[in-house]
Design a protein around this ligand. Structure first.
Ligand code: GLN
Length: 215
């Protein structure tokens, strides 16, 4: 793929996909295509064994409930606080947000990224759409962004880098891809389709973290 690997491509990394709900299979396929060993994660012991974790698209209210049921919420928070690289797409972006707007009453998040995310943000204009998105750090031209009842980033702290924006109205841009350290989030679903360069970016982030930890 067009993404250039800044760390030796041969370095094996294991990336988990949170597998309580959502488009788990698509992320496993995308991560494998991007060169990682990808495994579903449903239990704390599985979480402890991965070099990075993906929080898939799906329904954030269901996922947060199931995270509690599976006793995964606190381990996931602890792992992220301890530096585990994480990538969230769509509902996964909502889960990684420190602050949430238009959530269900009392809806909790996992947290990690110093941002306020608005849930179902595009819904007021259009439920779902596709568009070309230029993502910083993803080489080879824009990627096809698939937005399904997607959130956007309403505001973010100074430590958060905006990697992509879309125009929602004349003159109004909203962030739809962000990175804070080893945490990555997109409002769209790169796991749907066959362009896995965003996953390539995350696999590189995980490789770099692993090399730094084990170096
Ligand atoms: N609207 C969903 C939520 O609140 C996210 C939709 C998606 O992941 N495609 O979780």
């Amino acid at each position: 793929m067009g993404h250039s690997h800044s760390v030796e491509s041969g370095q094996p990394v294991t990336i988990g996909v949170l597998a309580v709900q959502g488009d788990v299979r698509e992320h496993l396929t995308a991560l494998t295509a991007a060169g990682a060993d990808a495994i579903p994660v449903r239990r704390p012991v599985e979480l402890a064994a991965v070099d990075g974790i993906v929080l898939p698209g799906g329904e954030s209210t269901t996922m947060i409930r199931l995270l509690r049921t599976f006793d995964l919420l606190e381990p996931l928070r602890a792992a992220i606080a301890a530096g585990l690289p994480a990538y969230g797409s769509c509902a996964g972006m909502i889960l990684l947000a420190d602050r949430l707007l238009d959530g269900q009453e009392g809806q909790a998040t996992v947290g990690g990224i110093d941002m306020t995310v608005r849930r179902n943000a595009f819904g007021r204009q259009v439920d779902s759409f596709e568009g070309e998105v230029e993502v910083q750090g993803v080489e080879g031209g824009p990627t096809r962004g698939i937005f399904i009842r997607a959130p956007w980033v309403e505001s973010a702290g100074p430590g958060v880098g905006v990697l992509a924006q879309v125009r929602v109205q004349a003159g109004e841009l909203r962030a739809v891809a962000v990175r804070q350290g080893d945490l990555l989030a997109t409002a769209f679903h790169p796991e749907v389709g066959s362009d896995y360069r965003v996953h390539g970016l995350f696999v590189d982030m995980v490789r770099e973290r692993r090399a730094a930890n084990h170096g």
